[in-house]
Design a protein around this ligand. Structure first.
Ligand code: FPP
Length: 246
């Protein structure tokens, strides 16, 4: 569909509609400045707010961010509670500003391990978000790609066990609808700042044909300009979804 060269002119992809970001490098950013890791997360959460607003303003449909993984509980209690505190602060501020901002919030992950006060805020933001259409931010919280797939498999097995479905009913579409991302198109572009080249258990199913963009810039230093660089790199890619080269 998207040929790179048409009549000698380079053909660009349209801008991505769904970008996902692994917000990495907060700890190193803080360490470089002799600050506690939590300070990196605090600056990182402000950068997240700025980037989300920018994504809305340039007409994207979805932004998905990795805020806390199923593995992040291994960090010190101090760091975990600092991240949870930042999430709480962000949600409280979002509830106040949602009417003006019109940013829908949605959550991917096993939320059952979160504290009741955070769950209550999530329920409130969900209720407000349900009344909006338009740009949506998916916050991955206690999220793991493998865990998500196992849960979906378990849910389908349950349907088979109680006679609601048969094994042969399972297709990629049926499976996708059992994931946290049900109904949401796969990310076109996944950005990983922070200089690491890993997926770190992020959107394993949904990233099958996503384009990746890696940069050494640490997340607290990430700017709309860096995002534009990633988008521009994406637009020069040749997405074939398994098809032949034109
Ligand atoms: C990865 O950097 C970052 C995290 C595990 C936490 C991300 C959390 C936030 C940006 C704050 C809360 C989020 C929202 C949505 C308000 P790292 O700590 O692994 O960095 P390092 O690799 O340099 O140590």
């Amino acid at each position: 569909m998207f040929q790179k060269h048409i009549a000698g002119k380079e053909r660009q992809l349209p801008p991505p509609k769904h970008i996902a970001i692994i917000m990495d490098g907060n700890g190193r950013w803080a360490k470089k400045r002799g600050l506690p890791r939590q300070s990196g997360h605090a600056v990182g959460s402000e950068v997240f707010r700025k980037i989300a607003t920018y994504c809305r303003d340039i007409g994207m449909d979805y932004l998905t961010v990795y805020a806390f993984s199923t593995e992040n509980w291994k960090r010190s209690e101090e760091e975990v509670s600092a991240i949870m505190g930042l999430l709480k602060k962000y949600l409280l501020e979002s509830i106040d500003e949602m009417a003006a901002d019109h940013i829908k919030l949605h959550f991917f992950g096993d939320l059952s391990r979160l504290k009741p006060e955070l769950l209550e805020l999530i329920a409130r933001t969900n209720a407000i978000s349900d009344t909006y259409d338009g740009f949506q931010v998916n916050v991955c919280l206690n999220y793991g790609g493998r865990d998500e797939i196992v849960r979906a498999a378990r849910a389908f097995a349950g349907k088979c066990a109680n006679g609601e479905a048969k094994p042969e009913d399972l297709s990629e579409d049926v499976f996708s609808d059992l994931l946290y991302s049900a109904g949401i198109p796969d990310p076109d572009l996944i950005i990983r700042p922070g200089g690491e080249f890993r997926t770190s258990n992020f959107l394993l199913w949904q990233s099958a044909y996503s384009e990746y963009y890696f940069t050494d810039v640490l997340w607290p230093d990430f700017t709309p300009h860096e995002l534009e660089k990633a988008i521009s790199a994406y637009q020069h890619r040749n997405r074939r979804f398994g098809g032949a080269k034109p």
